[in-house]
Each structure stands twice: as structure tokens, then as C-alpha cells.
Design a protein around this ligand. Sequence first.
Ligand SMILES: [Zn+2]
Length: 414
Amino acid sequence: MNSMMSNSKCKLSRYVRRAQILDVIRQRDRVSRKQLTELTDLTAPVVTRLTRELIEENVLEEVGTEKVKGNGRPEVWLGFSTSSRYIIGVDLGAYEIKAVVTNLAGETLHRVVRFTPTEASSPELAKTIRQTLGQLVQEAAVKPSELEGIAFCAGGRIDNAAGTVTSCIQPALAQIDLRKLAGEICPVSPVVISSSSSSRMLAEFTHARGASENDDILTVHCGYGIGLSSLAGHKVVVGFAPVPKLDFGHITFDPLGPNCRCGMTGCLETYASGWAIEGHARANPSAQLLDIVSGHVERITAREVCQAAALGDAVCRSILVRAGSVLGKCLSMFAQYYAPSRIVLAGGLASEDNDYYFQACVEALKQSMSPAWFAKFMIERSGLDKFAAASGATRLLWDDRVRGPLDSLVERIW
Ligand SMILES: [Zn+2]
């Protein structure tokens, strides 16, 4: 019994020590063995042994050397493997399914995009997701044995235990067991599911790393739905830090407002989301908008509304201005309470070719607070492309895997 206990203790401490090393590299991108002994409580022989093990397993690799003062041996830098171990990220968007393969260093190696079949049944949607994954794995020439995991992200509430997305924009998606589906591609890889906004947040943070490591960032995802994530202590918080379960898209803007897909009335999404813009435009389409969709009202989405606005359509411009303005008003309360240094608007509605929505949001923020408050933060568009959430999801999976043993240790202590 005693030897069994000491054996499991030994395994646990090895597991935790490896996690300590990986966590330092996760935060610094590259590090020397000497730095690892300084930044952890590990001795030099332990660092040497464990890093050798991790290199043999293709988790780490030597990424360069640097001369040291005097005649000492050059310092060897270690980083996450850029070949041999990969992660798949899939963003299950309302309009498109975007999938990426990244290496452990977070570099995207291959991308695939397919249209999300609208009004599709669950089996039809599952088939498209399966085809997207199959195409990605084939084109990237990734073997199942080389996969560290598959990370899905979607708008809606996530049930990681069941492997499903609930309360999502696409009812068909809620009935798909994503874990089982991913298991068909890669039976042994861990599968995680996260919200699009938290995945995107991590992508934003990774993108901004170095330039603004101490920034408190608030990211608003403005797409078909609306999501908000914040960054607290370098950990992504979905919703809002003090109330992590808050669903930003469904805070009430006007209780007497239109019906929302969540069952309530007057939520932020009923004014400022892609689906609300689509609904408003379909109910009262302008001649220019009808021209873009060749008279097919059912083909109008927020994308066509943005397109018509850019061509000078006054009706579409006013729809976007109203939507952006409501977002700014709702966001102002959070901005004053959370006091971020940066607010990032991401997603299709905040893209560069749609200035009306973004500018209306900035203007409403400005009008809703004192100039002193408004001057406290920077508001900007995301500099990332439409694959940001998919690559952020791979980052979330990897961070969770690296941090997992350390977090479980903290739980044991407390
Ligand atoms: Zn709602």
C-alpha cells in the first residue's frame, strides 16, 4: 500500500513538474534550461531530464542558441514543437465553418472554410462538419497519432461534459455530439468545446502579446450573435469577470423591445446582432438591397446589408448605425465598471468594410460617459482575420492541457 502511494505521488509530482516547465514556455514562448531553474523550484538535473523527455516526445524543441558572457557554453533556447504535434481548431459559425491546423507554437499551418448549410437538419450539418474535418486532415497531411486534440468553438452555451452546444443560434448544432463526431476522425485525441468569444479573446491576446502584456482587454464579438470576453490575470473569462456566466448578448436593452431567440424581450441581440440586422432588412428591403440578392429576400444577411450600405444605401446605413449605437450604449456600462485599457470589436459587423456599425458604437460610447472616462481606454477593430476564433480555440485547448495539472494541484490544496 505504501509503495503504491509513493508510486502515485511520484507520478503526480513528475506530471506537475512537467506542467511547470510547459507553463513557463507557454507564457514566454522560448526559454533556456537555466531560466527554467530560476523561474521554477526545479533543480538543474530535473530540468535537464524532463526537457530531454519532452523533446523526445516532440512536445518541445531547441529553437536557437545564444552566446553567454565569457567562455561559457552557449545558452540553448527551448520552445514548443513546430512540427510533429498538431491541434485542430474548428469555428462552427452561423455562416461558415472555419477550420485550422496549428502546431504547438500556435502557428497556423493549414486552413479550410465551408459554408454552413442554413436550415439544415442535424445529420446534414454533422455531415458538413465531418467533410470539413476530413478535408483539413487530408490537405494538411496530419496523422491521427500526431494530433494533440481537436478544439471546437461556437456561439451559444457550451456543455463540455455532454460534448454539445446548447442555446445556440443553429438548433441543428445543439443535437450534434461533437466529441463523438471528432472521434471518427481521431479516436484518441481529447476534444474540447468553447465559446467563440473566449476563443477569439485568446487569439486577440496572443496577437497582442509582447506589445501590451499588462493590458486589460475587453473583446466584443459582433457576428450573427454577440458575445463578450474579458481577460483577467491572463486568463480568459467568458462573459464578464465578476459575473462569469453573464450572457452579454442577452442583457436587456429595452424590456418592451422585440422578442429575442432566448425567450426574453428587448435583449441587446435583438438590436445589434447579425440576425437582428438581417431581420430588419428583410422586413423592409430597399431597392438596392433587393438588387444585390436578385430579388430573393431570403438571401439577405447582414453581409448584404453592409455591402448595400457601402454602396450608399441610406436604409441599410441607418439599420447599421442603429445597431452599432445600441451596442455602444450597452457596452458603456461595462467599460466604466471594468475599466479596460483596450476594447476590441471583432467579427463581421466590426470589419473594416463596415464603418457605420463601428463608428456608431464608438459615438454611443462617447456620448454615454464623461470625456475623462472615454479617454481611459482605446477602442479598436480586431486586426485578426476570420480564422481567429478557430486558432484561438487551439490555443485554449493547449493552454488547458498545459495548465491542467497545475490547476488540479491548486484544487487539491484548497
Ligand atoms: Zn435574448
